[in-house]
Design a protein around this ligand. Structure first.
Ligand code: GLY
Length: 421
């Protein structure tokens, strides 16, 4: 089957790799040099639903899988469906679950889905006055899409006021910050719970845990994610059943009842509190780098499961998963997550045995692979248990180098504290 993957990051490399493993002819637009090893890449200068459709038509794509959120919010699925092209992802209306934080929080409140107390503001003065009603640390969130940069955790009133000024002025994330949410902060462990969904049915994928801060021990500024691991033990069977029923299926029923039925990957970013799982945010796509760890556990049936979801047959789909655990360690560029330096030569990927290196911010420059974005590589490995998968990933990573590279040495350590292996 001809499959088109939309996107150019590590997540899309993992999706393309999995589809190729299952014997399909894979194309990717715009792609990157790593993806080009498993798929035919079609560069695009501009990214609009119409241009993506033209690519799908050109290669006669029988299935299109959309990686990032921006094309989903821009209506790629609506556009493909209007032209009879099979695509997996939510419509623009359903993608509001990620596209507008205010929509998603109000949706959760309407449907009794557990989430933090919040208020939404359209003016700086009102937001600053409202800080008196919240304790510190406090969470400040841009309403719109902000590529992972729209959330600030402020420890004091001075920090919160400064962040609100930066959000409303556009300095932090542009127009995405013209509406801002203030939320209570929760302590606890975060878990990414992702399900393949179609209207009122969901096939939950194994839980994963991301590592958002740039430095070890969750220090330093937030990033898109510096590493992830996938291990069934992250949640108990009871917790998984509870989350599926009270968060995922409740969300699907709520969206359907509001005239926006959801088909696609639904990602609930959860905080595990003493009082159970609470939703920090929704994403309407697979996570990055969660996908790299997650798809590395799949041994078969990925494409057939997606196809089943597009045909109303999701309950009959069979996804084969490996035992054990997987881990992905992200290697990031100099300066990330602030101003990133690009053009550093990457060496040693071919020596990284025992792991698969998914590429994200890379490009070819005069025949050499160089850095071209914040998160550069995701070194991904499996093992009979978490400790073994981490050993494999870190041993492979030791062979890779580029000037200014940054990576965390404690990926998976929270898991190892719980289970020791
Ligand atoms: N790793 C977090 C995300 O994909 O949003």
């Amino acid at each position: 089957m001809n499959i088109l993957i939309v996107g150019s990051g590590g997540r899309e490399h993992a999706i393309a790799w999995r589809c190729a493993q299952e014997g399909h002819k894979v194309y990717c637009t715009p792609g990157n040099p790593g993806i080009a090893q498993v798929a035919e890449c079609i560069p695009l200068d501009e990214q609009t639903p119409e241009l993506f459709l033209q690519v799908a038509n050109l290669i006669n794509a029988e299935l299109t899988i959309v990686g990032p959120e921006a094309p989903l919010v821009a209506g790629i699925v609506d556009h493909f469906q209007a032209h009879g092209r099979r695509v997996f992802g939510p419509t623009a209306k359903a993608a509001q679950l990620e596209g507008s934080k205010a929509f998603s929080k109000e949706f959760m409140a309407r449907h009794g889905i557990p989430t933090a107390r919040f208020q939404t503001f359209d003016s700086l003065d009102e937001a600053v006055t409202a800080l008196a009603r919240f304790d510190y640390p406090v969470v400040l969130k841009a309403d719109g899409l902000a590529a992972g940069k729209g959330v600030v955790i402020a420890k004091s009133k001075a920090e919160a006021t400064q962040a609100l000024e930066d959000l409303f002025s556009g300095a932090l994330v542009g127009a995405a910050g013209s509406r801002v949410l203030i939320e209570d902060f929760w302590r606890g462990e975060e878990v990414s719970f992702i399900a393949i969904c179609d209207h009122d049915t969901a096939l939950p994928l194994p839980p994963t845990q991301d590592h958002k801060n740039i430095f070890d021990n969750d220090q330093g500024p937030n990033t898109g994610g510096m590493g992830a691991y996938c291990d069934d033990r992250i949640l108990t069977a009871e917790q998984k059943a509870h989350i599926l029923e009270n968060i995922i299926l409740k969300t699907l029923r709520g969206m359907a009842s509001e005239g926006a039925p959801f088909r696609g990957f639904l990602y609930a970013g959860l905080m595990m509190t003493a009082d159970g799982a609470k939703v920090l945010e929704y994403n309407v796509r697979l996570g990055d780098p969660e996908t790299q760890a997650l798809l590395y556990r799949i041994e078969g049936g990925f494409v057939q499961t997606i196809l089943a979801a597009t045909e109303g047959r999701l309950p009959s789909a069979k996804l084969q998963l490996s035992e054990g655990a997987t881990a992905c360690v992200v290697m990031a560029a100099h300066g990330y997550p602030a101003k990133v330096r690009t053009g550093d030569k990457i060496e040693g990927i071919e020596k990284a045995k025992g792991a698969t290196v998914f590429q994200a911010g890379t490009r070819m420059d005069n025949g050499a692979l160089v850095t071209s974005g914040g998160r550069v590589l995701g070194v991904t490995a499996s093992g009979r248990d978490l400790k073994t998968s981490l050993n494999h990933a870190y041993a492979a990573l030791e062979n890779i180098s580029f000037d200014g590279m940054q990576f965390r040495r404690d990926i998976g350590q929270k898991g190892l504290k719980r289970y020791t292996v």
